[in-house]
Design a protein around this ligand. Structure first.
Ligand SMILES: Cc1cc2nc3c(=O)[nH]c(=O)nc-3n(C[C@H](O)[C@H](O)[C@H](O)COP(=O)(O)OP(=O)(O)OC[C@H]3O[C@@H](n4cnc5c(N)ncnc54)[C@H](O)[C@@H]3O)c2cc1C
Ligand code: SF4
Length: 507
């Protein structure tokens, strides 16, 4: 019997596997494959072909569409670290205001995770025009970011999403998972956990690899299948759970906005990872302090730039009545130029694409469909964080011109997309407050906790963080892993005490 089975190899699962592998027999189960530099899609066609479906279970990424929301995530060794921007940021202290853990409790775990992830600031960030523009628009609010990127190998192609083909990104397979493998973790890739059943002394796990099924047993299970994956697994397990299960989900204030064709040359489309931001804070009408991080986004890859140019020009034609009335033919020429080729002279070079991360009100609810959990939140675009972002963006447009597309979700046929779904199994003091306790142990409505069952991924994050969440998930997992290590040590000592005394050599 295994000591620990860890399900999922994203920021939660990778940390737990790395910290426990040296102390126990640990199996790491991951549905996705190992995507290495050179394997990642580099065209729209490649992106479409790598979409995960039932007919393409080895796909790299997928989306789930709910009412008012769309969520994107990866299925890969390393979870979404395979396709993310590698931004590593710690939330403001007030993000933890209603948590059962204080920023002080979490400080050493943040430090530990930060060290292992090895993020650093872009040494060439000063060359980016968007820094100057952010300084002009939000004086004193700019904060440069740290990314899990080996800058000496980064050729600034701007294709971190959907995956670095240059070997520059320090995704989890090069940090925590490398450590887990060194420490002897048993690895099962392209293997999906279908179901788990509680039995005496542990759990039976139903695994499926390339259509073949098998059952394994483990004394402890750590669910780290990502927010939606863990919701799916718990729903399938039919284990009774508290009233917060599937409730209080956050989009982490995720949004995508454009300030199109301004008076400043920004070159926002040029290929560099997202390395700078403005961190804004405000108090909402209910007296709650909230943060909004505005990052100058990047259009992911060459082919997408053309699509973005087309979209932006279309939006300009459809929406920008003011431009239609006031602007000279030269301005339109600039816009149309992008449709042929994106250059420094085009409208896109005068545009900002904003990636927003903020503290939303965490009012999403999970709905379970035949494809798995989706999140419904019809009023997301009117959440205080989105309204604040819109006001700010319009203020910027007053100063440097440009057409505001405040949230792509407001364009016809679009919805709010998030790559940071959080919650659904939130951490709390008791059942009236959450689904897991502050050590990730799953609370049993019949009393106590389910022995040996923990969750260590984005689903336990208690509401929005206002910054990209990977570092927080890793820090929480570090804390959970340390407690598991202590528990494994205790179990080993008890086994030794129960064992019959070793025969003495003289007998
Ligand atoms: C495009 C994109 C860009 C992002 N950019 C950033 C960024 O720059 N900075 C940042 O902090 N965050 C970023 N994020 C978000 C961040 O990557 C996620 O919040 C984080 O990866 C979540 O970690 P996790 O451990 O909860 O789950 P995940 O990383 O989602 O990992 C879960 C893993 O579990 C596996 N799994 C699911 N179900 C099963 C099953 N039944 N059996 C076996 N395995 C299973 C999945 O295949 C997946 O690999 C981004 C995300 C995306 C998609
Ligand atoms: S900009 Fe290009 S080379 Fe640099 S980390 Fe991103 S994908 Fe890799």
């Amino acid at each position: 019997m295994l000591d620990v089975a860890v399900i999922g190899s994203g920021y939660g699962g990778a940390v737990v596997a790395a910290r426990l592998a040296a102390h126990a027999r640990v199996l790491l189960v991951e549905r996705g494959g190992w995507w290495r530099p050179g394997d990642f899609p580099s065209s729209i066609g490649g992106l479409a072909r790598s979409y995960m479906t039932t007919r393409n279970p080895g796909g790299l990424w997928a989306m789930r569409l709910g009412v008012g929301t769309g969520l994107a995530f990866a299925s890969a060794f390393g979870g979404s670290s395979a396709i993310n921007y590698g931004i590593t940021a710690q939330p403001d202290d007030h993000a933890f205001d209603d948590w059962p853990l204080s920023p002080h409790d979490l400080a050493p775990w943040f430090e530990r995770a930060r060290r292992e992830l090895g993020a650093s600031a872009d040494p060439r960030a000063d060359e980016l025009a968007d820094k100057r523009v952010l300084d002009e628009l939000e004086p004193g609010c700019r904060v440069d970011l740290e990314n899990t990127i080996d800058w000496s190998r980064c050729d600034r192609c701007g294709r971190c999403v959907p995956g670095c083909n240059h070997g520059a990104k320090r995704s989890l397979d090069r940090t925590y998972l490398e450590r887990a493998m060194r420490e002897g973790v048993e690895l099962r890739l392209r293997t999906e956990l279908i179901d788990l059943v509680a039995v005496d002394g542990g759990y039976r796990l139903h695994l499926r690899t390339a259509g073949a099924s098998e059952w394994v047993s483990a004394r402890r299970v750590v669910l780290a299948a990502g927010t939606l994956g863990t919701l799916d697994l718990l729903q399938r397990s039919r284990l009774p759970l508290g009233p917060w299960f599937g409730r209080g989900l956050s989009m982490n204030g995720d949004g995508l906005a454009f300030l199109y064709d301004t008076r400043r040359q920004i070159s926002g489309h040029s290929g560099a990872p997202i390395s700078t931001s403005a961190r804004l804070r405000f108090t909402d009408d209910d007296g709650r302090r909230r943060s909004l991080m505005v990052m100058s986004g990047r259009v992911p890859m060459a082919a997408m730039r053309f699509a973005a140019a087309g979209l932006a020009a279309l939006a300009g034609v459809l929406v920008d009545r003011r431009a239609r009335r006031d602007h000279a033919a030269g301005r339109w020429l600039r816009r149309l130029r992008d449709l042929v080729a994106v250059t420094e002279r085009g409208a896109l070079a005068h545009s900002f694409m904003y990636k927003l991360d903020g503290q939303d009100s965490s009012l999403g609810n999970a709905r379970f469909t035949s494809d798995g959990a989706v999140v419904d939140w019809p009023g997301y675009t009117e959440d205080p964080i989105m309204r604040f972002a819109r006001t700010r963006l319009h203020g910027w447009a007053e100063r440097i011109g440009g057409l505001v597309i405040p949230d792509v979700a407001t364009l016809p046929g679009m919805r709010s997309f998030s790559v940071h779904p959080l919650g659904g199994c939130r951490m709390g003091l008791d059942l009236a407050d959450g689904v897991v306790d502050p050590l990730g142990r799953v609370l049993d409505p019949r009393g106590g906790v389910y022995p040996g069952l923990r969750i260590a991924d984005g689903s336990i994050v208690r509401g929005s963080l206002g910054v990209p969440p990977s570092l927080t998930i890793a820090a929480l997992a570090e804390r959970i892993a340390a407690d598991l290590q202590r528990e494994l040590g205790q179990a080993a000592r008890q086994t030794l005490r129960r064992a019959p005394p070793a025969p003495s050599p003289s007998r």
